[in-house]
Design a protein around this ligand. Structure first.
Ligand SMILES: [Zn+2]
Length: 241
């Protein structure tokens, strides 16, 4: 199973929003239209039903056509529903107005499964996580990845910052904070430079092709260039104090 670190998940979320409407990343902070992104942009069908008698399973992403067990509250018994692949099934009680936040998070969580875990489940004839598995069978890493991506989808970092600073004053530059940031950036540059030495050694010893070395070196050099530009800006701010 693929592992995703937080910066990668943040970048995936940013890309999703950017492809849907880049304005959302720069306009006055507003609610990300997660339902529209799921249904209209990714073309996923959405079904509402009771997934469990106890209401504890809130959503489920269906990758392949399947028969899904659902709770029939009128008959007081479980039944099955035919669901097509490419459907997100949401617990119907989340349609209660007071549960709007939970509903939006469930949409984002299930969309995250669709974006991250298709390869894991397509062709298996099973749903992602929860709905047709017992809680013990749910893969906690998969769930965590979906939760983190969902958070980044609903709360793009820059927009959260913008909203925060609209209420609170921006922290003022101090000699100490600027020097600390410059030191951290310089350390990062050193680490990047060391990694070029490492891949150079791999190339010389034949573990890496020249093309792969040049490709990686180019990417690392771009990062170094960005970090140096940040250092320059910070130094200018420090000098202005
Ligand atoms: Zn899940």
């Amino acid at each position: 199973m693929k592992s995703y670190d937080r910066p990668t998940l943040a970048a995936i979320a940013r890309n999703v929003i950017k492809k849907y409407d880049p304005y959302l990343l720069y306009c006055e902070p507003c609610a990300v239209p997660i339902e529209k992104i799921t249904e209209q942009f990714y073309g996923l069908d959405v079904e509402y039903c009771h997934l469990r008698k106890n209401g504890l399973v809130l959503g489920c992403t269906i990758f392949d056509n399947t028969l899904l067990p659902i709770w029939d509250a009128d008959e007081c018994q479980y039944g099955v529903m035919r669901v097509n692949g490419g459907t997100i099934v949401i617990e119907a009680s989340l349609l209660d107005e007071r549960k709007q936040g939970r509903l939006r998070f469930t949409f984002a969580h299930e969309l995250a499964h669709w974006l991250l875990h298709k390869e894991l489940y397509v062709g298996e004839g099973i749903a992602a996580a929860s709905a047709i598995k017992t809680s013990l069978e749910v893969n906690p890493v998969v769930e965590r990845q979906a939760d983190v991506l969902a958070s980044y989808l609903l709360m793009p970092k820059n927009q959260v910052k913008r909203a925060f600073y609209a209420i609170h004053d921006k922290p003022k530059d101090t000699k100490k904070t600027l020097e600390g940031r410059i030191m951290a950036e310089r350390k990062a540059v050193k680490t990047l430079e060391n990694s070029i030495t490492k891949i150079f050694t791999s190339m010389v010893s034949g573990d890496m092709s020249t093309d792969a070395f040049l490709g990686k070196k180019g990417v690392i050099n771009t990062s170094i260039g960005r970090k140096n530009a940040i250092i320059k800006k910070l130094e200018t701010r420090l000098a202005a104090l």
